[in-house]
Design a protein around this ligand. Structure first.
Ligand SMILES: C[S@@+](CC[C@H](N)C(=O)[O-])C[C@H]1O[C@@H](n2cnc3c(N)ncnc32)[C@H](O)[C@@H]1O
Length: 301
């Protein structure tokens, strides 16, 4: 096994990067979940190619400038603990590239699995003509929805003007300004009278006390994007209660809750919620408008 004192090929640099990231115990979860994939993405970023294209370049020898960029990126990733997406100003989501910087959370919603090109999706429905992405952050979910539902108009809402500035850049990058409408709003407040066939939401859902246990990379992201009160439900509950008033008669809500799914289920033990299967997880809830109205009525008492 080579010691990588002097990595030469792209393949060497990926293995070298993997070893350094692992030794430094950096945190993952912002586009990759392991050191090998993160190193491959980093090397691809330094070479200016898409991570999916890296395999064709493994035997190549990076020139001096590219080698210096790889080393500088690795050093910055380890020293600053910034997610790699922030250092590259690029995130990959549902098969497409997005601009990103620390004004918005790195897009990684599990809902993306249902919007990726060619993915068999429980959300596929040619009748969908209006979509809301509530808590849009970088706009990636809204844009992925615009691609998945090519005839739909998409409203993308966030409270944060900073996040919306990032989203605006992404809407321009994808040439979707005619169909993706950015709105600054505290949840549904600015949406009076608007109804949607589909509401997607990946809201903040981390209980305040859990923030301290997350890897440093998460603290590089806006706290507004993560923290949701003491139990993680501070936004989810108002969304569940208000969504039916903004859904069309056959409309659906898709809400990601992560580990906070357990808090919702223990708070409403008599309710049978429907959780969609995603890779390695079942923490994305799915509600028809009628389910939400029934739930609201039953739980008001
Ligand atoms: C977990 S991030 C999700 C961002 C994006 N949907 C994604 O999946 O990458 C949650 C987003 O909710 C926004 N947010 C927080 N509180 C909000 C509120 N009361 N109304 C609207 N958006 C809010 C944050 O600014 C942040 O962009």
């Amino acid at each position: 096994m080579r010691a990588f004192a002097a990595p030469r090929t792209v393949r060497d640099y990926v293995l070298y990067g993997e070893r350094r990231l692992r030794a430094a115990r950096v945190g993952f979860g912002h586009g990759t979940d392991n050191a090998r994939d993160e190193a491959a993405w980093l090397v691809a970023g330094a070479l200016g190619i898409a991570p999916q294209a890296l395999a064709a370049h493994l035997a190549r020898r990076p020139d001096r400038g590219a080698a210096a960029r790889i080393r500088a990126l690795l050093a910055a990733r380890i020293r600053t603990r910034q997610p790699l997406a922030y250092l590259l100003h690029e995130a990959w989501f549902a098969g497409r590239a997005y601009y990103i910087d620390p004004r918005a959370i790195v897009p990684r919603s599990l809902i993306g699995e249902f919007l990726a090109p060619g993915a068999p999706s429980p959300l596929a429905d040619p009748e969908i003509s209006t979509v809301l992405d509530l808590c849009t952050g970088s706009g990636a979910l809204a844009i992925a929805a615009a691609y998945a539902f090519p005839a739909a108009r998409v409203d993308a809402v966030d409270l944060s003007a900073d996040a919306l500035a990032v989203a605006a850049r992404n809407v321009r990058r994808h040439g979707l300004a005619a169909r993706v409408n950015l709105i600054q709003s505290d949840l549904f407040t600015a949406l009076a009278g608007r109804r949607y066939d589909l509401i997607l939401s990946n809201p903040p859902y981390v209980p305040r006390a859990d923030m301290a246990a997350l890897p440093r990379e998460y603290r590089a992201e806006p706290a507004l994007a993560l923290v949701a009160g003491d139990d993680g439900l501070a936004l989810a509950l108002p969304i569940l209660r208000t969504a039916p008033h903004h859904l069309t008669a056959d409309g659906r809500l898709v809400l990601e809750l992560g580990a906070t799914r357990a808090a919702l289920e223990s708070r409403f033990p008599d309710q049978a919620f429907l959780w969609l299967s995603t890779v390695g997880d079942e923490s994305v809830g799915y509600w028809h408008r009628d389910d939400l109205l029934a739930w609201a009525q039953q739980t008001r008492r």
